[in-house]
Design a protein around this ligand. Structure first.
Ligand code: UD1
Ligand code: MG
Length: 425
């Protein structure tokens, strides 16, 4: 198979011991999506034509998490012998390819495509065997440090564990965003060894080796703080989530959404929101949720995966909605649960209404027709349907399969048409 350049390799084979998790580190979620997906998108956005993900620890799960992404090649690193070794296992996939390869790590979900595109462009202009993006940070802890000579030329990268106290004070760090030229990188990788604190093959040694081979190596300080946050611990994960949440909210505000209290609102990366919608404090939107224009959501609402609100829908306090669609103009103001429900337009759902959608084995649907009025405190046991313009009286329990015809009014437990006589005893 011929490979189109530029190529991106994303290293994602490690366990991430510091996470103390059974899951592979790159599968931990930032704003609802596994970290690795953001990195794949950044690589693609920067112009990578071929993306190779190096997998190892829990590889099945990583493959599964990326199954929705088309055209990814996988390289398997069965033993995690270090980042240099991880890059090397891609060689068979890239046999015969010459040109640029961007190497990234799967634990930096905040990387944006723009600086990476910049790196690719500069590498091409400079015809460098290695162009290394660097960042100056306030707190360099955990990163490899960039060593330069007195003229400012790149010398090498030193991992924190291998640093002298003076080197530790250096604030220019290696975010692990490299563009290398192939095939010369393979020669450099053949020359790295494991003489370091972790006894691993470090990819960070490759630039120095290339320079020693007489190749052009440039370190450019083009990356900025947020982008390079590497997630090695749960604390980092929380930090990354916070930054990403800020970006997501910023995006929707730019698109015309009012978020009354950004710090007390949570919006999943997969959600979409229409203009002039107002999100009130303590609202959590998780999963793939679509919200139309001119909606009011919250305070204290929880919209879960598979929820779709059409234009002008109102969802108020202590309302949870999951896998349900609400047509335009429908109102659910207080204390309700709608699950697996298809609700027509201009419906009023009273306070405390519940769709009992789960019988302990399976989830069933509730259908509520346009302009229906569902009174407070009612329960609809699914599967059941409430016809257009029907009325369910306050406190009614509409039992499973006892569909309410259009225009009918039902009351009581179990719900019966109003005025219906007592059942014969
Ligand atoms: C690495 C860099 C460090 C840099 C930092 C930036 C090395 C030796 N160090 O350190 O200079 O500042 O990233 O975030 O490269 N991985 C594999 N196979 C392995 C080992 C790791 O695929 O054998 C993958 C991991 O899944 C992870 C990435 O490589 O996604 C980086 O590994 P990690 O252990 O997080 O390296 P850092 O200590 O962060
Ligand atoms: Mg890391």
């Amino acid at each position: 198979m011929s490979v189109n350049g530029p190529v991106a390799i994303i290293l994602a084979a490690g366990h991430g011991k510091r996470m103390k998790s059974e899951k592979a580190k790159v599968l931990h979620e930032v704003c609802g999506r596994p970290m690795i997906r953001y990195v794949v998108e950044a690589a693609r956005g920067a112009g990578a034509k071929t993306v190779i993900v190096v997998v190892g620890y829990a590889s099945d799960q990583v493959l599964q998490a990326l199954s929705g992404e088309p055209d990814i090649l996988f390289a398997f690193q069965t033993e995690q012998l270090g980042t240099g070794h991880a890059a090397k296992v891609c060689r068979p996939l890239l046999e015969g390819y010459s040109g640029p390869v961007m190497i990234l790590v799967g634990d930096e979900p905040l990387l944006r495509p723009e600086p990476l595109a910049d790196l690719l462009e500069r590498q091409a202009q400079e015809q460098a065997a290695c162009l290394l993006g660097t960042a100056k940070v306030h707190d360099p802890m955990g990163f490899g440090r960039i060593l330069r000579d007195s003229a400012g030329r790149f010398l090498r990268i030193v991992e924190e564990r291998d640093c002298t106290p003076e080197e530790k004070a250096i604030r220019e760090v290696n975010p692990s965003c490299y563009v290398f030229e192939l095939p010369v990188l393979w020669d450099a990788l053949d020359r790295i060894d494991t003489s370091n604190a972790q006894n691993e093959y470090y990819l960070t040694d490759a630039p120095e080796r290339l320079a020693a081979m007489g190749e052009k190596v440039i370190a450019l300080n083009v990356l900025r703080g947020d982008d390079i946050l590497g997630v090695n611990t749960r604390q980092h994960l929380a930090q990354a989530d916070k930054v990403m949440q800020g970006r997501i909210q910023d995006h929707w505000m730019t698109e015309g959404v009012t978020i009354v209290d950004p710090l007390n609102t949570y919006i999943d990366g997969r959600a979409t929101i229409g203009p002039d919608t107002v999100i009130y404090p303590f609202t959590v939107i998780s999963g793939s949720v679509t919200i139309g224009a001119r909606c009011r959501v919250g305070p204290l609402a929880h919209l879960r995966d598979g929820t779709a609100l059409a234009d002008g829908v109102e969802v108020g306090a202590f309302v949870e909605i999951s896998r349900s669609s609400l047509e335009a103009g429908t109102v659910v103001r207080h204390l309700a649960y709608l699950g697996n429900a298809a609700v027509g337009r201009d419906v009023n759902i009273g306070a405390g209404t519940i769709t009992a959608n789960y019988d302990g084995v399976r989830k069933s649907e509730t259908t509520i027709g346009a302009r229906a009025f569902v009174g407070s405190g009612s329960i609809m046991v699914a599967p059941v349907s409430i016809g257009e313009g029907a009325v369910v009286g306050a406190g009614a329990v509409v039992t499973r399969g006892k569909d309410v015809p259009p225009g009918e009014t039902v009351v009581g437990i179990p719900a019966r048409p109003i005025g219906a006589g007592k059942p014969a005893s």
